[in-house]
Design a protein around this ligand. Structure first.
Ligand code: ATP
Ligand code: MG
Length: 467
């Protein structure tokens, strides 16, 4: 089989490699994505010889900057938004305590054997005599057509040498909607505990790619089945299972979470909203309780869950700033919209609008995604309730403009009016006004707020300057 490699970059690599009499190939992800018709911006070139030398020659023709990594014998070039990596073909051997191999020069075939999966081991020649010809020693093309992830060698060797490959297998399965061949999967189960030699950063890169997949549940379900989930995210693994008391079971929280995650993913590419979906019920296992009258309850799982987020983010080395606070907020508020169904006054709605602020739409998306049940009648009833709440919110929002609410009286205004330095009383007055607006006791406007400020100050024994 041949591929028409028309891009200028391939022609130039071919010419320069020919000039110094070495063979070069396009290999790995680019070849896979080319046959899958997926776009790909990183190209790997393998050279049977010195990769850095070919890279430097190509760089000077294209006037592109080349970075040499002498220690590894590799080179990186950026050209028109593409990242092109050049490596010398190599043979690798591993020690048991490290992902870092011992490397020797090798042939194309040696290089293909060190690749993770058959679909990632295909190479296209850049030599003049067989330009574009596919070298596919492990039948990667068949696996590509049958949508299968399989290791080129004995899977126990591939996975134990570099356990990150187990996560890559699951990530590709989710990303490309492929299945992992059964021997390869059985080997992941056997080798799962070796994941401990992989750095958390590399693990999290793969988790993020799983999270970005069209149906992230596919990846998380494979992580669970392989035993990796309980090592990487035990808090989610322990959502699995149903306990029964007096003949009553509760909802299976892992599959529910998977459903919620996919519901969110089908509506939004926001990776942090997807994390919020994965983590929304993370407080359930530790709040689970059986009550003779009420049956199974998970009281406070929203609050406990939100408290667990920083620990989880820290362990996963996910960002601890704005993104984490957003996830925390959504986990904490995820039950609130539906709870407003029985609320007759507007104040609960106003409070939620205020607390959710600019994340209200995301909260509502999560909340709607959270409506899952095997019983279609239950789903319908909950959806109707949800619609009712949505309408109520839209009405209050239109009337009171609370979502991006800033109290009409600032701390500075209070200090100026009463000639106060920054102190407790300023905070007290400010909060009092905010609460009164949220409770609907006064309107959201300067006039009424000013009036209330004066009243409250009088009660606290504070008088206006120049009054
Ligand atoms: P993506 O770019 O979508 O992450 P990719 O397969 O291109 O997927 P890269 O990390 O760009 O992944 O790696 C390029 C190629 O290098 C792969 O296709 C594979 O042949 C090889 N490779 C990458 N990581 C490993 C690994 N841990 N073990 C063996 N081969 C690997
Ligand atoms: Mg790549």
């Amino acid at each position: 089989m041949k591929a028409p490699l028309q891009s200028k970059i391939f022609r130039i690599v071919a010419e320069q490699a020919a000039l110094i009499n070495v063979k070069s190939y396009v290999i790995g992800g680019y070849v896979r994505d080319f046959f899958l018709k997926r776009s790909c911006t990183d190209i790997d070139i393998v050279v049977e010889g010195n990769g850095m030398e070919v890279a430097s020659a190509v760089g000077s023709i294209l006037k592109a900057r080349v970075t040499l990594f002498k220690k590894f014998g590799t080179a990186m070039m950026c050209y028109k938004g593409m990242e092109i990596e050049f490596v010398g073909a190599r043979k690798e051997s591993y020690r048991s305590d490290s992902r870092k191999p011992i490397v020797e020069n090798g042939t194309l075939e040696d290089d293909q054997k060190r690749r993770d999966f058959t679909i990632n081991a295909m190479a296209l020649s850049l030599a003049r005599e067989d330009y574009g010809t596919l070298t596919d020693p492990f039948n990667g093309m068949d696996d590509l057509k049958r949508k299968i992830i399989r290791t080129p060698l004995d899977p126990d060797t591939t996975f134990s040498d570099d356990p990150l490959r187990m996560l890559r297998a699951i990530r590709f399965a989710a990303q490309l909607d492929f299945s992992i061949e059964s021997d390869s999967f059985a080997s992941i189960v056997r080798n799962a505990s070796r994941i401990h030699i992989v750095s958390q950063e590399r693990i999290t890169v793969e988790l993020q790619k799983i999270m970005a997949a069209p149906k992230p549940s596919k990846g998380f379900i494979l992580l669970e089945k392989s035993g990796l989930l309980s090592l990487l995210l035990p808090q989610i693994a322990s959502l699995k299972g149903v306990e029964t008391m007096e003949g009553r079971g509760h909802k299976e929280n892992f599959s529910h979470t998977m459903e919620v995650l996919d519901n969110v993913a089908s509506e939004s590419d926001n990776i942090w909203l997807r994390w919020a979906a994965l983590l929304h019920d993370v407080g359930k296992p530790s709040t689970k309780h059986f009550d003779k009258e009420l049956g199974w309850t998970f009281h406070g799982h929203d609050f406990i869950g939100s408290k667990m987020i920083p620990g989880i983010f820290r362990k996963l080395r996910l960002p601890l700033g704005e993104e984490m606070r957003y996830v925390q907020k959504l986990v904490q508020l995820h039950l609130r919209p539906v709870a407003l169904v029985n609320e007759v006054s507007d104040s609960g709605v106003r409070r939620l609008l205020f607390e959710a602020g600019e994340d209200l739409d995301d909260l509502m998306l999560l909340c709607r995604a959270d409506i899952t049940s095997k019983n279609p009648r239950t789903v319908r009833r909950h959806l109707e309730n949800f619609e009712q709440v949505s309408k109520k919110m839209a009405r209050v929002e239109e009337k009171d403009a609370i979502r991006n609410f800033q109290p009409p009286i600032s701390g500075e205004m209070i200090m100026k009016t009463f000639g106060l330095p920054p102190c407790r009383e300023v905070g007290l007055i400010k909060d009092y006004i905010k609460e009164a607006i949220l409770d609907g006791k006064i309107g959201n406007n300067l006039e009424e707020a000013r009036q209330l400020m004066l009243e409250r100050a009088r009660e606290l024994g504070i008088s206006e300057v120049n009054a």
